[in-house]
Design a protein around this ligand. Structure first.
Ligand code: NDP
Length: 319
């Protein structure tokens, strides 16, 4: 079984905080991600003891210099350093050609000290670059974002023991498991069908034996679909779109959205909200993830988990 799932039962429901009759239990990604990172640190220490001085390696390839990408990369590098992963950041110029980007990816593929390779998206480029071609050039054995067709194909067929699962949906599964609500036999609704969030989330829930409905921008009766969800995962990128009144009483609500809306009370003039209207959903849901502090921290933790798992697999082949 894939390591994140193997650890879920052990973690129990310790990521949940507080409860009240009509107010949902908050499922904390901050708390849960700390548990995951502590466990990974111990696993890396064990690896270093057994294979003297060995440490997992992660490389982040960035094209260009987007501010948001710089922030995400620095969060990943910090998390890696705390766990004991050797993380490298390779930044290519926005003028880099597709061939240069591919050559860079290939050279990291060939570097045996690197066990995880991600290409930070979106690419910030001035020449034409086919993003799909670049993400697919990553070795499936190092594809810790789970974005290559090989890993996505395995996931869609339910071969979970032998593929990298994309980090955000993998983190959502961890959070669902934290609630103690069993997925098998439940009706799950996923809003969004992107390669990075919605589509793999659908697959994970399906192979965890839920009956899954996938919704997208052409879905005509979204509130009706949502009202039938025992488990709802939202990754639409639409600020506070899902209203509490749409929800089934007691539903598990996992909100992947990261949206900035104007807020005159903040020094920055804005604040971050999810795709779910938290105040109303909190009155109806059984469990709900906050934004920020829900899915976001789990995404980074799952990237670390995939990297450590990849390194463990590498070492097994050396034995
Ligand atoms: P995309 O824009 O790639 O996909 C959005 C999906 O939502 C599409 O499938 C789209 O449908 C669907 N959608 C858009 N509007 C509606 C609507 N009105 N009703 C129903 N479905 C709709 O976004 P991502 O999947 O990359 O990200 C989704 C959200 O998750 C964003 O807020 C993003 O910031 C966040 N995110 C958070 C991460 C984290 O770590 N917490 C990581 C990654 C993303 P269609 O396919 O028809 O266009």
């Amino acid at each position: 079984m894939f390591s994140s799932f193997a650890h879920l039962l052990r973690l129990g429901a310790s990521g949940c905080q507080g409860s009240s009759r009509s107010i949902a239990t908050i499922v904390s990604g901050i708390k849960t991600s700390k548990l995951v990172r502590t466990r990974l640190k111990e696993e890396v220490e064990t690896m270093s003891r057994e294979f003297t001085g060995f440490r997992p390696g992660l490389t982040v390839v960035q094209v260009g210099n987007r501010d948001d990408s710089n922030l995400y990369i620095s969060t990943k590098l910090q998390a890696a350093a705390q766990i004991g992963i050797v993380a490298k950041h390779v930044r290519l110029s926005p003028t880099a050609t597709q061939d240069e980007v591919l050559q860079c990816v290939m050279s990291v593929n060939d570097d045996t000290s690197v066990h995880g390779l991600i290409v930070q998206l979106p690419l910030d480029h001035v020449t034409h670059i086919d993003t799909q071609l670049v993400t697919n050039a990553v070795s499936p054995l190092k594809d810790v974002d789970g974005l290559t067709c090989i890993n996505a194909g395995k996931l869609s067929r339910g071969d979970l023991s032998d593929c990298f699962i994309p980090c955000t949906p993998n983190g959502c599964m961890e959070l669902i498991r934290q609630t103690g609500v069993s997925v098998a036999g439940k009706h799950a609704v996923v809003i969004g069908r992107s390669k990075i969030v919605g589509a793999p989330m659908h697959d994970l829930l399906l192979w965890s034996d839920a009956t899954v409905t996938s919704c997208h921008s052409k879905t005509t009766d979204l509130p009706e679909q949502v009202s039938r969800a025992d488990i709802l995962v939202v990754g639409a990128g639409r600020a506070e779109m899902v209203r509490g009144e749409w929800l089934k009483d007691g539903a598990v609500v996992i909100d992947c959205g990261i949206n900035y809306i104007p807020d005159g009370t903040k020094a920055s003039g804005q604040r971050v909200v999810g795709d779910v209207h938290f105040a109303s959903a909190n009155q109806r849901a059984g469990f709900i993830t906050p934004v920020p502090g829900g899915v976001g921290p789990m995404t980074v933790a799952m990237l670390m988990e995939n990297t450590v798992w990849s390194a463990q697999r590498f070492l097994q082949h050396l034995k």
